[in-house]
Write a protein that binds this ligand. Structure first.
Ligand SMILES: *[C@@H]1O[C@H](CO)[C@@H](O)[C@H](O)[C@H]1NC(C)=O
Ligand SMILES: *[C@@H]1O[C@H](CO)[C@@H](O)[C@H](O)[C@H]1NC(C)=O
Ligand SMILES: *[C@@H]1O[C@H](CO)[C@@H](O)[C@H](O)[C@H]1NC(C)=O
Ligand SMILES: *[C@@H]1O[C@H](CO)[C@@H](O)[C@H](O)[C@H]1NC(C)=O
Ligand SMILES: *[C@@H]1O[C@H](CO)[C@@H](O)[C@H](O)[C@H]1NC(C)=O
Length: 367
């Protein structure tokens, strides 16, 4: 009765396993990013000039009031998290954040105006750069250790999913402005090298803090955001800016391939939606869009409008505009970007009722 003995052993092991494990943490996300992922941190940075707390931000989200997202609706990270079965993490600076909320939902540190580099976005006065966001994450880890103990906390942070989505501000609100020293201390290639060196160190730091499953989102054709078009003489996309985004994505892919093989037990991946967004911008009609060169929320003929305000007028059909404001994609464009990234990363579904260490499922979304 070898069989019976074997299944008895399995049963005993299972029972012991359950009693040893006891506390089963949920799989949650920790998100590091800029305005494309901010869900309200900048609302609590009262001096920050990068704000999304006036109508009509958030008009297609929940109750339609501003919620800190720099869009009419969801962010790309919102959509990917939803599809992956992960809860939406609240903003780190949200005063209602507690240890229990963190254990159930994770945390989002993303901040409008933030960059990979500390010096990026300085003229917004206040923003959380990536190093600052990682510092805040270390504070979160301490809180959780105090709450559930070091061993459980280490498990919790190793099982979590991590998103790192910054870089556009390092170009748009730093290198390309001509008002920061980075503009004259670097050329296109050496600036990208500098960004990769910094990002590499930041990712290694996150790994040393327990991150094991991490996605880095690359850049879109940022030379085609309405603001960049309006700053060009002919209203076309800025080719040099787009080339920088492509180089960033290429270097990022290489960096992540390199780093992944060196960090123990790590699945660190880079993915971008440059190609599909570029195609939407060129052929909006093919994707059900009607406008890909101007913001849905605009202030009469005054361009660039810089931000969307209550006195702005909105386009007739928000779902048909690729861009919500001068900088940021609309909810519908974010959905398209999210679908593309899900394909690139492979759909990493999470089953919250399963035991820990869920294996990434390699299936892809059909849409
Ligand atoms: C960047 O800022 C962090 C604080 O957020 C600081 O610890 C670090 O030394 C800074 N790095 C550089 C290169 O200035
Ligand atoms: C990988 O990274 C190391 C430094 O961490 C560097 O020396 C090496 O050249 C990189 N390899 C490639 C193929 O980029
Ligand atoms: C990697 O995983 C193995 C097996 O689970 C574990 O023994 C080891 O400590 C892990 N190493 C790191 C650095 O996480
Ligand atoms: C947007 O719709 C109008 C009216 O149907 C049409 O004339 C125009 O060509 C469309 N523009 C784009 C970019 O699809
Ligand atoms: C999640 O896991 C539970 C228990 O293993 C299983 O019954 C359920 O069908 C799974 N759900 C999905 C969506 O995979």
């Amino acid at each position: 009765m070898k069989m019976a003995a074997a299944s008895l052993t399995i049963m005993i092991l299972t029972l012991v396993g359950i009693s040893i494990d006891g506390y089963h943490c949920k799989v949650v996300q920790f998100i590091f990013g800029d305005s494309l992922s901010d869900v309200g941190n900048n609302r609590y940075l009262s001096k920050s000039l990068a704000q999304a707390n006036l109508p009509w931000y958030g008009i297609d989200f929940g109750n339609g009031l501003p919620n800190g997202r720099f869009s009419n609706g969801r962010t790309v990270a919102d959509i990917i998290g939803d599809r992956t079965g992960l809860p939406r993490p609240p903003a780190f600076l949200d005063p209602s954040l507690t240890e229990d909320v963190i254990l159930d939902n994770g945390v989002n540190y993303a901040s409008g105006g933030g960059g990979i580099l500390n010096e990026t976005g300085g003229y917004f006065i206040q923003r959380l750069s990536l190093y600052k966001q990682i510092e805040l994450f270390q504070g979160t880890q301490q809180l959780i250790k105090n709450k559930i103990g070091t061993t459980e906390a280490e498990k919790f942070f190793q099982e979590a999913r991590y998103v790192v989505a910054l870089g556009s501000n390092d170009f748009i609100n730093n290198y390309l402005t001509g008002v920061y020293s980075d503009s004259w201390n670097y050329n296109d290639q050496s600036f990208i090298d500098y960004l990769m060196e910094t990002l590499g160190a930041q990712l290694k730091l996150l790994h040393s803090l327990g991150a094991r499953q991490l996605m880095v989102f690359g850049l879109g054709p940022m030379g085609c955001i309405p603001l960049q078009r309006v700053l060009s003489s002919d209203g076309n996309c800025q080719e040099r800016t787009n080339k920088l985004a492509l180089s960033f994505n290429q270097a990022g892919t290489k960096l992540l391939d390199n780093i992944s093989t060196k960090l123990a037990n790590a699945s660190f991946k880079f993915g971008d939606a440059y190609g599909v967004v570029n195609d939407v911008i060129t052929n909006p009609g093919n994707y059900g869009f009607n406008n890909s060169d101007s913001p849905c929320c605009s202030f009469g003929s005054i361009r660039p409008a810089l931000t969307c305000v209550p006195a702005s007028t909105l386009c007739e059909d928000r779902s048909k505009y690729v861009f919500w404001d001068e900088y940021h994609p609309s909810d519908s464009a974010n959905e398209l970007i999210a679908n593309e990234l899900i394909k690139k990363f492979g759909f990493m579904g999470v089953n919250q009722t399963e035991a820990p260490s869920p294996a990434p499922a390699a299936s892809q979304e059909g849409d």
